[in-house]
Structures are given as structure tokens and as C-alpha cells.
Design a protein around this ligand. Structure first.
Ligand code: FES
Length: 257
């Protein structure tokens, strides 16, 4: 299969960046999208050119590091699929494919397709934990959890923090990510201690970062490779309001940078 790739190249955060076109011959339909980029990079290295910088780790849809926008869609057009799980059989001979980094103020470009997603880390640092001392790990069956609650919590726990929700949102909002983290812990009995403090701390940190506000486009839900529901946003909003109305302070009382 022949492909024409238009890839965003940007040397560093100060470089204005531009698209560069690459012609690829003999792309195997069995390759993943990242393997296709590996082959292109090997070619660039052989020619003495700078390879395209992109993030990856697990290549199994688990770590959330491989985000990029393919033909205008975060992670490409296959629903419920990360870039590393996207296969070249979904493309056709002669296709022109546009590849660019996440476009969001809160995720500045570091180089080429790599963006700085540390804003997500700071939100989790601000409140995505339980600070109460609970002793050693309890027996797995000591606290029975209903099937519905367990499944709901697992659905939210699937969030891999890739940032596709932010990249797809016209407002650059991070509410699907934060909602998933809050709903994951808040759905379980173990997450009830400090539940409202946690919601307040995470929402307030999110607001200190350069994310926009949610206006219910639901683009985040459509783009999420783990198909996280916006019900997490509703739970986050409920918990945050309850925290504000009850005067519950943020967990730990500390602010991430
Ligand atoms: S490389 Fe880990 S999710 Fe894609």
C-alpha cells in the first residue's frame, strides 16, 4: 500500500512548526499505525534526517502515551481504539493522512507529536488519593461491593489519561478525565472517606490549569479510546457542589504547582 503522510514537525516549543510530507511505499496492512511511523523513522535515520518524535510505551492501549490526531480525529477514526491499536488495514492504497499533535493550550507541544500532559499529573497530585491512614491492605473480600458499583467503578477506572478528551473538545476541557478519576474512587465504598474534599481539590486544580469549561459538546465521550461516559462529569459536578455548599475544604489542603 502507498501512503502520503503530512506530519507536523516542530523542533521545540518555540518553533512555529509546519507540516512535512512523506511518501511511503509498501506499507503492510498488518502494521499498527505506530509501526508504520517506526518504519518511516528508520528511513529518516538512514537518510541522516531527524526522526519524528512521538510518545509510546505499552503499545497495547494501556498507558495512554501514544496520543496524536490522525485526519482530524484524536487516535484516528476507529472508535474505542488508541493509536497503537490502530491498524493500517483501516487505510486504503493512495490515502493521504494528516498527523498532528494534540491541539490544546494546556498541552503545549514539546516536539513534533509529543505534548506536555503534566497538567493531568498535577490534577491527580492535588486530590486523586486518600490521605487517611487505613493500615495494611485489607483482605480482598472483607468489604463486599455490589456488582453494579464494581462495574461502574471499573468503567471509570479504564481512563488511561491519554488526553484525547481535551484534544477533541472545542473548549479544551478536561472534565471527562477529571470526572472519570473522581467517579472511579467515589463509586466504591473505599473511596467514600474524603470524597468531597477530593472532588474539590481536583476540580480547583483543573481550573488553575489552562483547560476550558464543559459546554456539553460530548466530543470527549466520542473521542475517548476507552469510551468513558460523561456520567463521570455529572458525578464530579455533584460532588464539587456538595463540597462547596458544605464548606468542605480540598483534601490535604495543599496545591500542586
Ligand atoms: S502506547 Fe500505551 S496506550 Fe498506546
Amino acid at each position: 500500500m502507498r501512503l502520503t503522510l503530512h506530519v507536523w514537525r516542530q523542533k521545540d516549543p518555540r518553533d512555529p512548526g509546519r507540516f512535512k510530507t512523506y511518501e511511503l511505499e509498501d506499507v503492510s496492512t498488518h502494521m499498527s499505525f505506530l509501526e508504520m511511523l517506526d518504519v518511516l523513522n528508520q528511513d529518516l535515520i538512514n537518510r541522516g534526517e531527524d526522526p519524528i518524535a512521538f510518545e509510546h510505551d505499552c503499545r497495547e492501549g494501556i498507558c495512554g502515551s501514544c496520543g496524536m490526531v490522525i485526519d482530524g480525529v484524536p487516535h484516528g477514526s476507529q472508535p474505542g481504539t488508541t493509536c497503537c491499536q490502530l491498524h493500517m488495514r483501516h487505510f486504503s492504497d493512495g490515502d493521504e493522512v494528516v498527523v498532528e499533535p494534540w491541539r490544546a493550550k494546556a498541552f503545549p507541544v514539546v516536539k513534533d507529536l509529543v505534548v506536555d500532559r503534566s497538567a493531568f499529573d498535577r490534577i491527580v497530585q492535588a486530590g486523586g488519593f486518600i490521605s487517611a491512614r487505613v493500615g495494611s491492605a485489607p483482605d480482598g473480600n472483607a468489604m463486599p461491593i455490589g456488582k453494579d458499583a464494581a462495574e461502574r467503578a471499573m468503567d471509570f477506572a479504564e481512563c488511561i489519561g491519554c488526553g484525547a478528551c481535551v484534544a477533541s473538545c472545542p473548549n479544551g476541557a478536561a472534565m471527562l478525565f477529571v470526572g472519570a478519576k473522581i467517579a472511579h474512587l467515589g463509586t466504591l465504598p473505599q473511596g467514600q472517606p474524603e470524597r468531597l474534599k477530593r472532588a474539590r481539590a481536583m476540580v480547583e486544580q483543573m481550573e488553575r490549569e489552562a483547560f476550558g469549561a464543559c459546554t456539553n459538546y460530548r466530543a470527549c465521550e466520542a473521542a475517548c479510546p476507552k469510551e468513558i461516559s460523561i456520567q463521570g462529569i455529572a458525578m464530579m459536578n455533584r460532588d464539587y457542589r456538595k463540597a462547596m455548599l458544605s464548606g468542605t475544604g480540598p483534601v490535604g489542603g495543599k496545591r500542586a504547582r
